[in-house]
Ligand binder design. Sequence first.
Ligand SMILES: Cc1ncc(COP(=O)(O)O)c(C=O)c1O
Length: 492
Amino acid sequence: MLLQDADARADAHDPRRLLMERSVAGRTAVTLPASDVPAQPLPDAALLRDDLELPEVTEGEVVRYFTRLSQLNFSVDTNFYPLGSCTMKYNPKLNEAMAALPGFANLHPGQPESQAQGALELMHGLQAYLCEITGMSAAGLTPLAGAHGELTGILMIKACLESRGEGARRKILIPDTAHGTNPASAAMGGFDVVSVPSDANGNIDLEAVRREADETLAGVMFTQPTTLGLFDVNAAEMCRIAHEAGGLVYADGANMNALLGRVKLGALGFDVVHLNLHKTFTTPHGGGGPGAGPVCANDTLAPFLPAPVVERRGDAYALADPPQTIGRVGGWQGNFGVLARAYTYIRLMGAEGLRAAADNAVLNANYLRARLRDLFVLEPDRGVMHEVVFSARKRRGARAIDVSKRLLDYGFHAPTMYFPLVVAEALMIEPTETESKETLDAFVEAMERIDAEAAQDEHFLHGAPYHTPVSRLDEAAAARRPELRWRPAAST
Ligand SMILES: Cc1ncc(COP(=O)(O)O)c(C=O)c1O
């Protein structure tokens, strides 16, 4: 009896209990002030509902509930988050303070330009920095995400071809190591996607490009570095072949983290590139939060940039439409808060700092590559850029999903799994430059332990995670049949 009481008490404090389950009739979290307006008759009883089950809880309980809930979140501010391709690096808090300055945060995007000179100056400065970083001539800041930047760049290529009377060119080549959004963007832009294989070293197969480089070629969409975390050494030659055939070349520069201050994509021959400000330039991201995927273009494609761009006219800054613009791709001037964060980060780091960020991102990825290569399969086995892709097919009982789930028990976020598709049982690990050697060593140690666990009992990892608030989920059901509403337990 006593034991049961103790169980019931423990249950009452279980942080997983939903707010509805804590409800006790008569409790309240609000104290309404006395009314200072005359009482009004309530609407018709038919419009009033008394069947709403709302939780009756105290303010203290509400605070505890939501605070505990927030602590269940895994975040880059609490733990190592090696989610490959997502660049989950530390986001300096100074960015937040700058974006929250009242002069920025309270500015209405429709305010007259004369009252928004500071914001326009920031955007103008950011355009210039992004051009410097990519080696391009002009930038448009309005796309709201990386994939949105891709679609924007693809529409610019289309508009340019049409302006040359070459709208019949419909074929876009995309290497099999490109990011998954690339073919989707090309298809949305109305092009036919042709996948191009990689060679044994993970570079684009130039022979395959040559075979496809004919009068139907509209262009190539290319992720540099590739999703294998490799610098594709054939990129410049690929650009040359595509141009010779009359096509244009798009670079997915979302992984600029690896190249900052070291490689300018424009110098390799690309015509247009998008950047992910919410990755490389430290805006917090994830869960579909606001981002920005500016596009930077060379002289050929600059006239087609989306509207508006910011120009300097005499002493003032003004919004302008590029001469052959594809038009607007979103509302107003884009996600201004993200632009303010990126601008702050670039100013904070300076040219030297940005170069050091890329160097350390590459160093950290290669450190993990060297320390983990005995546990996993590495193909091709060559130096990587900002991330390293292993195959978890070496140890029976430790598939990519098992290793990832068990890592949660050790306090680390899972790496990206099963992507890129060209690697079986892929584990894509991106440490980023903001992690210390101690953190990376702790991660390696966890990986070694997981491997030892699988060696001892080949079924053990299949049940992981064991220590998280919820254990292994049916992920397909969670995505397809999510339970988003609280429902009272069925009465017996
Ligand atoms: C290489 C690459 N391209 C494109 C994207 C798409 O960016 P977004 O998720 O902002 O649409 C990502 C996302 O991480 C990426 O890694």
